[in-house]
Design a protein around this ligand. Structure first.
Ligand SMILES: Cc1cc2nc3c(=O)[nH]c(=O)nc-3n(C[C@H](O)[C@H](O)[C@H](O)COP(=O)(O)OP(=O)(O)OC[C@H]3O[C@@H](n4cnc5c(N)ncnc54)[C@H](O)[C@@H]3O)c2cc1C
Ligand code: FES
Length: 285
């Protein structure tokens, strides 16, 4: 069993969970993830490692409560335990001295990009962090990212902090930097990563993303996390999760993420009447 050391909602719907998992903490590298189960017989969910401490043997994940398992994880109190923490899984992010690296992050990606940005900074890169959220109250870990970034830029949909809009504004923001950018790394929801990729492709700047297809085993056995990158089939859990954004078949990824939508939505519904309606609508489509 893995004990919960800390659990809190850091901004609305975004949760931080620190667990005692010494073996994972010892081996963890930036860009890797773990698979958790909130209960025996429960669904397995992959979550990126946002922080860890090999000495105290703890790992931290930051997650959005969007479905049944993340909802259960969000309710865990310090002192509780969960049955499964598997990891660290996936390949670590490539950390080299590239020059100037722009880290684009939003949603849970603000947490998951932190260890990557930190490692890149330690490697001697100049770090420009671009944080995106619907509104300023949804930003978290700003001090952490400020401490390791040479520059920090905010984008909010409602204009309450920084530029108004979303990552579609990247080209003008990058032009405004008036300095060459050697690499872009984007972490967060699929929309943020796809849109970042769309915007940086014409600029010819190498862009890496951490893909989040549905996963089951996380070890290359089930094939559920299949993605197409550069016309080649890849399993995100063992070949990724990082891939060259400009080579990713984004439409396929978006489609495959919706595969279990009915199964994901139905357990969240309490009314059987609603459930019958949902099923009948499904049959019509
Ligand atoms: C490598 C990787 C790292 C991730 N890191 C984070 C993170 O740090 N923080 C975070 O909030 N989210 C992260 N995700 C996404 C997270 O795994 C899903 O949000 C979670 O599985 C949803 O589970 P649920 O039961 O609460 O929701 P569900 O009701 O099952 O699903 C809600 C949504 O999550 C997607 N989803 C469902 N199951 C999975 C699954 N096993 N793998 C991926 N997506 C799924 C569905 O397509 C749907 O859009 C990551 C995904 C991957 C593959
Ligand atoms: S999650 Fe099963 S092969 Fe990747």
């Amino acid at each position: 069993m893995f004990r919960v050391i800390a659990s809190k909602m850091i901004v609305p719907n975004m949760h931080l969970l620190t667990l005692a998992a010494p073996a994972v903490a010892r081996e963890a590298k930036p860009g890797q993830f773990v698979i958790l189960r909130a209960e025996e017989e429960g669904e397995r969910v992959p979550l990126s490692l946002s922080d860890w401490d090999a000495q105290s043997g703890t790992i931290t994940v930051v997650f959005m409560s969007i479905g049944s398992t993340t909802g259960r994880l969000a309710l865990l109190a310090p002192g509780a335990s969960i049955p499964t923490v598997v990891g660290p899984l996936g390949n670590a992010t490539e950390i080299e001295n590239y020059g100037t690296v722009v880290c684009v992050c939003g949603c849970y990606g603000i947490g998951s990009i932190f260890p990557i940005a930190l490692a890149l900074k330690r490697k001697g890169n100049r770090i420009i962090t671009i944080m995106e959220a619907r509104s300023s109250y949804l930003f978290y870990w700003e001090e952490r990212l400020e401490a390791i970034s040479d520059k920090i830029i905010h984008i909010t949909r409602d204009g309450t902090k920084g530029h108004r809009g979303h990552v579609g504004r990247l080209p003008e923001i990058l032009r405004g930097l008036e300095e060459p950018v050697d690499r872009i790394i984007a972490n967060g929801c699929t929309f943020l990563m796809k849109r970042t990729s769309d915007e940086t492709r014409p600029l010819g700047i190498k862009t890496m993303v951490s893909l989040n297809p549905i996963m089951i085993d996380g070890t290359g056995m089930c094939g559920v996390c299949r993605v197409t990158v550069g016309s080649v089939t890849r399993f995100a859990c063992v070949h990724g999760p990082d891939f060259d954004a400009h080579q990713v078949d984004w439409e396929e990824l978006l489609q495959r993420r919706k595969t279990y939508m009915p199964e994901e939505v139905v357990p969240l519904r309490t009314s059987r009447c609603e459930e019958r309606h949902f099923r009948s609508q499904e049959g019509k489509s």
